[in-house]
Design a protein. Structure first.
Length: 318
C-alpha cells in the first residue's frame, strides 16, 4: 500500500518536491485507488474482486504482481534525461517545448528493407497497446508505469534483419539547441546518447517502443515521441527520443559504458546479487512508498527472460 499521509512525504523519502507530489496525488485521487484503504495484493484464492479502480486511460490500477501504478505526477516529474538536466525535477521544465513533430526514425544497417518512418507512420502502422511495466533505475529507485506502444519485434520484422545482424543499436536525437545538456560543460558524455540490445533481446515480446503513458501521448521528459522500454534491464537501457535504429554485427557501445566502463556494462540486467561498485542493488526504493523493497532478478520478469542468459556469468556480463 502506498502511504500518502503528508507527514510522511519528506525529501528523505521522495526526491521530487512535496508540493508537486501532493498536487499530483490530488489530481489522481478521484479516479485512482492509490488512496483506497485496501491496496496491495489480493490473494487469488481469497476470491475477492480487486476493488482498485484504475485512473482514466489505463485498464488496471496495478501491475501483474499487484503493485500500484506510480502516480502520473511522479512519472512525469522525476526523470533521468541528461540531455536536459542531471536534476530529475528540472527535466520536465527544460523539456517542455521540445519539438517532437516532424520526427523521423531511420531504420537501417544490416536489413533487407531499410526505411525512414515518420512518427505518424509508426503510430498508424503498429497497433498501440498498453503495457504496465516496472521501471528500475540503476540508482536503485523504481516505478510502475502504464505505457502505450508496440513491440520492437514488429518493426524489426518489417525491415527484415539480414542473417549477419546480431545486435541493434539505438540513437537519440542530437540537437544542442534544444537539449542544453548536450552543450559544453558535459565533457564527460559522448553525445548523442546511444544504446544497444542483442538481437534476441530486441525481438523479445517484452521489449517495446513506447509512444505514450497513462493513456496520453508520451511527455517530452519521458522520451517523446518514441523511446525504448526493456523492463528487465536497468532504466538507462531504455533510450529516449530515438531517431535512428541500426542492425549491426557487433556489440554496440553505450553512452554509459563509455562514461564509466567499470560501472555500466552492455547487459545491465536487473540483478539483486550484482552490486554497482558504489552501492548495493539488493534493495530499491519504490517511488511513493516508504522503506525499501527487495530487488527482483530481471526486475521480476525472470520467467520470461532468464532463458536469454542461460549459461552466462551474470556477474561478468553485468
Ligand atoms: N536519451 C536518453 N535516454 C535515457 C536517459 C537519458 O539521460 N537520455 N536516461 C535513462 C535512465 S538512467 C532512466 S532511469 C530512464 C528514465 O526514464 P523516465 O524518466 O521516463 O522514468 O530513461 C533512460 N533513457
Ligand atoms: Mo536510470
Amino acid at each position: 500500500m502506498v502511504k500518502l499521509r503528508s507527514s510522511e512525504i519528506t525529501p528523505e523519502h521522495l526526491y521530487f518536491s512535496r508540493r508537486q507530489f501532493l498536487k499530483g496525488v490530488g489530481a489522481l485521487a478521484a479516479g485512482s485507488a492509490l488512496l483506497s484503504a485496501c491496496g496491495g495484493k489480493t490473494p487469488p484464492s481469497a476470491g475477492v474482486v480487486n476493488t482498485q479502480t484504475p485512473p482514466g486511460g489505463v485498464s488496471q490500477a496495478t501491475d501483474e504482481l499487484g503493485d500500484p501504478l506510480t502516480p502520473y505526477e511522479a512519472v512525469t516529474h522525476y526523470n533521468n534525461y541528461y540531455e536536459f538536466s542531471t536534476d530529475k525535477e528540472t527535466v520536465a521544465v527544460l523539456a517542455k517545448d521540445f519539438k517532437t513533430s516532424p520526427w523521423t526514425v531511420q531504420v537501417g544497417g544490416l536489413v533487407k528493407n531499410p526505411k525512414t518512418y515518420g512518427i505518424e507512420d509508426l503510430l498508424k502502422k503498429f497497433t498501440q497497446e498498453e503495457r504496465i511495466y516496472r521501471l528500475r533505475c540503476v540508482e536503485a529507485w523504481s516505478m510502475v508505469i502504464p505505457w502505450q506502444g508496440f513491440q520492437l519485434s514488429k518493426l524489426l520484422e518489417e525491415v527484415e534483419p539480414t542473417s549477419d545482424a546480431t545486435h541493434v543499436r539505438f540513437e537519440t536525437l542530437y540537437d544542442p539547441e534544444q537539449m542544453p545538456g548536450q552543450t559544453s560543460g558535459w565533457f564527460r558524455y559522448n553525445w548523442p546518447y546511444v544504446e544497444g540490445l542483442r538481437l534476441d533481446e530486441a525481438m523479445h515480446d517484452l521489449a517495446i517502443l513506447a509512444t505514450g503513458l497513462y493513456g496520453k501521448p508520451l511527455p517530452p521528459q519521458d522520451g517523446a515521441p518514441i523511446r525504448l522500454v526493456a523492463p528487465w534491464k536497468y532504466g538507462f537501457k531504455s533510450i529516449k527520443a530515438i531517431v535512428k535504429i541500426d542492425l549491426v554485427d557487433y556489440q554496440p557501445g553505450s553512452l554509459w559504458m563509455n562514461a564509466a566502463p567499470d560501472e555500466y556494462g552492455f547487459y545491465a540486467n536487473v540483478n539483486p546479487e550484482v552490486d554497482h561498485p558504489r552501492w548495493s542493488q539488493a534493495t530499491e526504493r519504490r517511488i511513493g512508498e516508504l522503506g525499501r523493497r527487495k530487488t527482483l532478478l530481471f526486475n521480476g520478469y525472470a520467467d520470461e527472460v532468464a532463458h536469454l542468459y542461460a549459461g552466462m556469468d551474470l556477474g561478468k556480463n553485468y
